[in-house]
Design a protein around this ligand. Sequence first.
Ligand SMILES: [Zn+2]
Length: 311
Amino acid sequence: MRRRGGILFAFVLGLAGLSSRHASAYVREVTSTGVPIAWRNPCVTMHIYLGSPPPVLTAADYFAASTLAMAAWSYPQVACTDIRLNGVAETQASAGVGYDKSNVIVFRQTTWCRDPAPVDDAGIPEPDCYPGSALAVTSIFKNVKTGEIVDTDIEFNAVDYSWGDLVGQPAPVTATPADFQNALTHELGHVVGLDHNCYTTNDGQARLNDNTGTPELDCYGNPPPPDAVTAATMYPSVLLTDTQRRDLSADDVQGVCEIYPHAHDVCPPSPEGGCSVASPGVSPRPWPEISCALFAAFLAVLAFRRSRERV
Ligand SMILES: [Zn+2]
C-alpha cells in the first residue's frame, strides 16, 4: 500500500498560527476540464450507516453529530445559502462506495480501503487503499462536462483511529479519539463542491486558483499560510484533538453562499437529467457522450504518527 509520509504534517505543526494576515478566499473543486462542480438541486440527502459504529461513538452520538455537521453547511443555519444537507438513518453497518445515486457516510473498520475494490478492464479487483494518515475520504462523482455533482460518499478511517465527541464527552488522557463531527464537517465541504483552501501535493492535482483568481497558497509553506487559511474548515489537515472545524470560517461561508445563493425557502422541485445511473425503480436516463469522473479528497491528521502506523 502506498502511503504518504507524515513528516510534512508534523513540520507544519510548529508553524501554524504564526501569521495573522487575513485572507478572504475559498477554492472550488473543478472537473478535469476546469468546470467548477456543484449540485443542480441544492437539497441533498446523505444516508448515515449506524449499524455498527466504532469505539467510542454510540449510534446516537454518530447520528447527532452528523445532523449538526450537515446543519453547519445548510440553510437556515447559513442564511445566505440555498443548500440543505439532510441525513437519513440506515440500520445497516456499512455500504459500498460508488456511483449509485446514494450518498453515504460509513466507517471502514476492517481495511482502510475503498469498498468495493475497483476492478480493472479484465474485471479483476484492484484494491484502492488510502493513506493511514487520512482520517476520512470523500469521493465525488461528477459530470465532467457540466460540473454537476451526481453522487458523493464519505468513508471514515476506523482502522487507524478511534472516534468520539470531544466536546460532549472529552476523552480520557489515555486515549485520543478524533472528533467525528469536526472531521465530518470538513468532508461535507467537499460534498457541497469546495476543495481544500490551499495547495498540497497530497491532493494529486495541479494548483488551483481561489475565488479571487489568485493561485492558492501552499498549505505547508514557509512562511505558513495565514490563520484565515489554517483555521478554516476546508484546511486539509487537523490535530486529532481539533474541534474548531465544526464551525465554518467566514471563507467557508462565503464559498457555500456564492455557489448556492439563497433562492428558496423550501426545497425546489428536483430537476431532471443527470448521468446514466438511476435511483431504484426509476428508468435510466442515458446522457450520451458525457462520463462521470471520480474525485477523492481526504482529511489528514496533523500530528506525529503513532508507532504502530509504520509506512
Ligand atoms: Zn479534505
